[in-house]
Design a protein around this ligand. Structure first.
Ligand SMILES: [Mg+2]
Length: 342
């Protein structure tokens, strides 16, 4: 163990470099090992850049999640924002804070999960930074910058929705939240719930779908659902200065097992307010709706409502009556405030 804790920064970087794809190519002219990376985009190419943090006890519970899942989802979360723009991922920068006691087998398992995500998403590691978390606060933290490319003018913004556009979502909503609540309630140890944890541990992101919608110019606005439909739809509407109506009967909710329903896991609540599914929320002009298939490469695409003039989001019930939908998804700063109040 002592040997593992004195690995040294250069050795650690070399260790990471050997495990995660990092060969130069594509956008990456000069990669890991120098003072900075050098990128070479083509003339008809735009770069799409995003960064994302994953902090222990804020974004994941290291005592529960397998290290592979922690590495995988840290990179998936960051890359999902590229999917939401319609961009093709190219490379990433990894800043890692890690305590000494996680430098051995834990690190290798985490890197194996991250490497799997990198290969799956077509990402190369271009560089980054490492630091040891202090013994007094031995937490893990990731800060990941991801860079992708998109054909000039084809990136899909949040702001493009107009009154009359149809609203679509991909996949089933609430699956990751169900997994998270199994963890929070301590049910994750029970065998029968194992497969329900997967969307929380290894979230699927919608890279091909995002790129397809962007290439065909089918989406007028797009974002990924990271903090919950209710919160993210408000963001999309605010950005486009429009309102929305969505229909309860159309929302593709997670199928909650009866036993969990009895414990208060309501499918509609999970679907409306649960975050981290990383499905895409996008809008489509009326004239283009027929071009949206029911499924794209196995993922369901569901029309859940429409963009309207004015402001706010309304939820229409089966009886036709509607009520305002409050943004009740994940909000860090509201959560912290709530905890302080307790
Ligand atoms: Mg996003």
């Amino acid at each position: 163990m002592a040997r593992e804790t004195t690995i040294g920064e250069d050795k650690l970087i070399e260790h990471i470099r050997r495990r995660i794809p990092s060969a130069e190519g594509g956008l990456l002219r000069l990669g890991i090992g120098d003072d900075a990376a050098v990128l070479r985009p083509g003339p008809q190419i735009e770069l799409v850049v995003t960064c994302d943090q994953s902090l222990e006890d804020v974004h994941f519970v290291a005592a529960v999640l397998p290290p592979e899942a922690i590495g995988y989802r840290a990179l998936a979360r960051a890359t999902s924002d590229l999917a939401a723009m319609g961009a093709r991922p190219q490379l990433f920068l990894l800043s890692l804070a890690i305590p000494a006691e996680r430098m051995g087998r834990w690190l290798d398992r985490m890197l194996a999960g991250m490497a799997r995500a990198a290969r799956q998403f077509g990402l190369r590691l271009a560089g980054g930074d490492t630091a040891q978390s202090p013994p007094g606060n031995p937490k893990i933290g990731f800060d990941i910058t991801v860079i992708g490319v998109v054909e000039r003018g084809r990136a899909v913004y949040r702001s493009g929705a107009r009154a009359g556009d149809a609203i679509f979502v991909s996949g089933r909503l609430g699956q990751a939240q169900l997994g998270l609540e199994l963890v929070q309630r301590g049910l994750y140890r029970q065998r029968q719930w194992k497969r329900w944890l997967r969307p929380h541990y290894y979230p699927a992101i919608c890279l091909e779908l995002g790129q397809w919608l962007a290439r065909r110019q089918l989406a007028t606005a797009m974002m990924d659902i990271s903090d919950g439909l209710s919160t993210d739809l408000h963001r999309l509407c605010r950005s486009g200065r429009v309102g929305a109506r969505i229909f309860v009967s159309e929302i593709p909710c997670v199928a909650v097992p009866g036993e969990l329903r009895e414990r208060g896991m309501d499918a509609l609540r999970l679907a409306l307010h649960g975050g981290e599914d990383y499905g895409l929320l996008f809008t489509v002009r009326k004239s283009q709706i027929a071009r949206i298939p029911r499924r794209y490469r196995g993922t369901a695409l569901t029309r859940i409502g429409e963009i309207v003039g004015g402001r706010g989001v309304r939820l229409v019930n089966a009886d036709g009556r509607s009520s305002p939908l409050a943004a009740q998804g994940w909000d860090h700063f509201a959560e912290v405030a709530r905890r302080r109040v307790k």
